[in-house]
Write a protein that binds this ligand. Sequence first.
Ligand code: AMP
Length: 360
Amino acid sequence: MKIGVIGGGQLGRMMALAGTPLGMHFSFLDPAADACAQALGEHILGDYDDQEQLRRLADQVDLVTFEFESVPAETVAFLSQFVPVYPSAESLRIARDRWFEKSMFKDLGIPTPAFADIQSQADLDAAVASIGLPAVMKTRTLGYDGKGQKVLRKAEDVVGAFAELGSVPCILEGFVPFTGEVSLVAVRARDGETRFYPLVHNRHDSGVLALSIASTAHPLQALAEDYVGRVLKQLDYVGVLAFEFFEVDGGLKANEIAPRVHNSGHWTIEGAECSQFENHLRAVAGLPLGSTAKVGESAMLNFLGSVPEVSKVVAIEDCHLHHYGKAFKAGRKVGHATLRSKDMASLKARIAEVEALIQG
Ligand code: AMP
């Protein structure tokens, strides 16, 4: 089977690493000449709205999927004329826009911070008056890893904030005094069968994911599955979807969804029976889903900016290195390590070893 992927970064690369053993072949559309997935398939060089290159991609594959959600709606509509596209245009339309996303949570009865649509500084002033401070202002689209957002703590922070974020449509959210951040990665097949990975505890540094630890029998697992299940059903979703939550007052508040494989699911490559990448491909290709069960304790640490010396990373017991083959640049996700262990105490000791290398 031939799979087309919109985007040729590390997520596309890891998809191909999972799909190649299933006999799949990959083509990636990406405007970057050095897209790191090209080592694993054909690279079609083109912008995401380049109809000539989109047509070329559609002509050589059986279906198209995505490694990121910020794709123009017209791109999805154009591709859909020639080839099946998963997840659907509607799923991407909702997930790429924080206003549509949060409105869906509200409609489905999923708790989320108070939020308001902001189209002008006057809208922002009115929203601050009703939601209060502190609050978080975020661009409706194209924000990721803490980019395109600003925390408003005092009245002075509000002045000119709309222009500061580029005078583009935004939302204002109430600030959540969370005790933790967790995410649930789920997969839904074409026939509606749905499976969930264990809840993952995430630590973000400066808005960017640093560490994920897969949990065992988390008390909020069933609640999270209920919320995520509602969204998957609503969207008639096909593929992997990640849902990020704040843990607050012993419950969950929805932050955001990503309609794709997700950084907080990278641990599943070695830490679960069937990885998020393989399960995404199984789902979009109409194959039976694989088990989402965890095998032992597992954690993932991101390498931002550079990858520590390879010999030192792999010297750590049951540490699996993923080097994305990308040019090193401050703050850029260039690799990660998955750690495995039989028990949580030794897992934590191994996490400390990797963190020492990162700081090293
Ligand atoms: P996001 O891009 O929406 O995932 O936000 C990046 C990070 O900013 C989150 O992982 C949180 O650590 C923090 N954050 C986002 N929204 C809020 C909020 N409403 N209240 C408190 N912290 C937030």
